[in-house]
Structure formats: structure tokens, C-alpha cells
Design a protein around this ligand. Structure first.
Ligand SMILES: [Fe+2]
Length: 352
């Protein structure tokens, strides 16, 4: 496929078993200023699509070795991304199966052209399809850039947070692994569970903005210091505002200190007003805090942490998520001291 801004004439590949039809296509392409390649039959056409990398394919529906439908489906399965995305115009009889035509259009077929067609008709369809394909390719590029920016931002924020406070780093790492496991227990799809994992990893990202004498104080916080510490929710919310694809993660950051009974902060949301991811992070966050050593206290025994979780079900926590966490802990072994692994970000298709 020609590069987006290339001035080289576009290459049209015609796949047809009829040599007369191919000659017709060649003449029209030459008159319109397109480059032209042809393949006689479906199998030859598939080879040519991979070798020539055309900008558009004119594909005959009725061919003896493979039908146009089969060729199109093979193109969609190609390991070559450019081949998969080459726009295909199906040349077919007016009487063709309408339902199948709709299915192929849904699958990504660019257009149908009914035989017999003339010069202007063919040219019109090719021109329109090429403009559409160019717009679509540009959108794909923008999406790729936004995705790269999302991954880079997530990496930067995690790195900054972990550099600021090793204690928060260890806690966030643990919370992330456990939150992902609980999300899977709750039946979330893998991609959604990974989003929860990222939300859990970043839930305290606003602590970057909390002064160190408060953040790392080795004793109980005063009321004033507590008020400063609570601002981490707002700092985190601000840090993520406007970052592409971060809206779901931002909700977990913003609402992870809300309580099921409405007594949390900063908005006193209650029950299902609190987004699911934030409710999930809240319960896992509390569990990990209880079961890890802090400068001012030792960790609680596991049985006591379970008791406190259950005691908080319906007040601090979503009762269903307390049960999901307990169930997850029965099969999931939290591993402390594990180094941070952000590889999952590459697999994550971020959802707005
Ligand atoms: Fe927090």
C-alpha cells in the first residue's frame, strides 16, 4: 500500500478469472492514472495481494478456484496488517445474495460494484473507497499515537509514585495484583481486569503531591496532617484529567476512599453510586494496608484482617466485593517484594 502522503499513483489489483474483464480494468485504470496489477483467479489473487501490496483490490465474486467471499475472508485473516486493511471492492451480479452482502460489508468489505459497470462508475467507487481508506488509516495512526501516549503516561506516573515513596510503591504493586485477581473472580473480561489492575496501581498516585513530612511520618497523623493526606485523591484526579483513555482509571483514583454507606470522602457517595472499580480497589486497598507492616504499626494476622473486612461489609465496603476478595484469597497467593512489572500495559487496550 502506498504511504499516506506519497505522490505515487495508487495501485489497483484486479482479481478475476476472466481475461477480458482484466483487460477492461487495465484500460480503465490507465485512463484514470492508476497503476494496475492483475491476478487470474482467487489463489493467484491472494499471492498478488501479499506481494504487490495494492491500495485497493477489485475482486470478482464468481471464480472457479476460490469465490470472492473466500478470498476476502483469507485477506482478513492475513498476518500482514497492511493486507488485512486493504480496501476490497467486490464485483458481483446484481442478483447476488443480499444478506451475505450485508455480512461482508459488516466484516469490512469496502463496497460492491454491480456488473456490468462503466468507466465513470468504476472510477467513482475506487476514488471514494481510497479517500475513505486514507481517512481510516489516519484514524488508526492517531489511535496508535494516543495509545502510545497512554502507556507512556501510565509508566511515568507509576515511576514517579514509586520513586517518591517506596512504602506506597510496595502497597500499590500488591494491591494491583490482588485487584486484578478479584476482578477476574467477579467475572470481568481480561482487558477490564487489567484496567482495574492499572487503577489499583495508580490509586494513590496523588500522593506524589503530599509533602514528605506527612506522607512518610512514622507515627499517627494529626487532624491537620490527615486533611493534607486526604488531598491525594484530588491531586490524583487532577493528574489524570485529560489524559487519553484514562477515564476509567481516573474514577478508581477519585473514588477509592468512598464508603458503601456514604461515610467516605471526598464526595460521600454511597452504594452503587461509587463506580465498581473504585469499590473494588477500596476493599483490596484496605486489606493490603491491614496485612502489611507500616512505620507506626505491625501487620495484622490474616484471620483478624478477614474479620475486619467482614465487619466492614455494608458500611465501608461493598459486601459482594468483600466476599469476592475472600474467595480470591483462597486461591491467590499475594507475593510481597516482587519487582514492578508494567508489561501488561502493552497488552491493555485502554477503554475510555
Ligand atoms: Fe488512597
Amino acid at each position: 500500500m502506498s504511504e499516506l502522503n506519497s505522490n505515487e499513483p495508487r495501485l489497483v489489483l484486479m482479481i478475476d478469472d476472466d481475461p477480458l474483464q482484466i483487460e477492461f480494468g487495465r484500460t480503465l485504470a490507465a485512463r484514470a492514472g492508476y497503476r494496475f496489477a492483475a491476478a487470474e483467479g482467487g489463489r493467484a489473487g491472494l499471492r498478488a495481494a501479499h506481494e504487490a501490496r495494492p491500495d485497493v483490490i477489485l475482486l470478482d465474486y464468481l471464480m472457479p478456484d476460490l469465490t470472492g467471499k473466500q478470498v476476502f475472508e483469507e485477506l482478513l485473516r492475513s498476518a500482514d496488517r497492511r493486507v488485512r486493511h486493504t480496501p476490497v471492492i467486490m464485483l458481483t451480479a446484481q442478483s447476488a445474495n443480499r444478506e451475505e452482502q450485508r455480512r461482508l460489508l459488516d466484516a469490512g468489505l469496502a463496497a460492491y460494484l454491480y456488473k456490468p459497470f462503466g468507466y465513470h462508475e468504476l472510477l467513482n467507487v475506487i476514488d471514494n473507497v481510497l479517500v475513505f481508506a486514507q481517512t481510516r488509516e489516519r484514524n488508526r495512526q492517531l489511535e496508535r499515537q494516543a495509545r502510545q501516549s497512554f502507556v507512556a503516561t501510565a509508566r511515568t506516573l507509576v515511576t514517579l509514585l514509586f520513586a517518591k515513596d517506596p512504602c506506597t510503591a510496595e502497597h500499590s504493586n500488591m494491591t494491583a495484583d490482588l485487584a486484578e485477581a478479584v476482578a477476574l473472580t467477579c467475572g470481568l473480561a481480561e482487558q477490564d481486569a487489567m484496567t482495574v489492575k492499572l487503577g489499583a496501581l495508580l490509586h494513590d498516585v496523588g500522593k506524589i503531591g503530599v509533602p514528605e513530612h506527612v506522607l512518610c511520618k512514622p507515627g499517627k497523623l494529626t487532624c491537620d496532617e490527615m486533611a493534607i493526606m486526604r488531598l491525594h485523591v484530588e491531586y490524583g484526579d487532577e493528574a489524570l484529567s485529560g489524559v487519553p483513555y484514562m477515564e476509567t482509571v481516573r474514577e478508581m483514583v477519585k473514588y477509592h476512599h468512598e464508603w458503601w454507606d456514604g461515610c467516605g470522602y471526598p464526595f460521600n457517595l454511597r452504594g452503587e453510586e461509587i463506580p465498581f472499580g473504585a469499590r473494588l480497589v477500596s476493599v483490596v486497598d484496605a486489606f493490603d494496608s491491614m496485612t502489611s507492616d507500616r512505620p507506626y504499626r505491625n501487620s495484622l494476622p490474616l484471620a483478624e484482617a478477614h474479620r475486619r473486612l467482614r465487619a466492614g461489609a455494608g458500611t465501608q465496603f461493598d459486601p459482594a466485593l468483600v466476599e469476592a476478595l475472600v474467595e480470591t484469597l483462597g486461591k491467590f497467593e499475594p507475593r510481597r517484594g516482587r519487582s514492578l512489572d508494567l508489561q501488561f500495559l502493552e497488552e491493555l487496550s485502554p477503554v475510555v
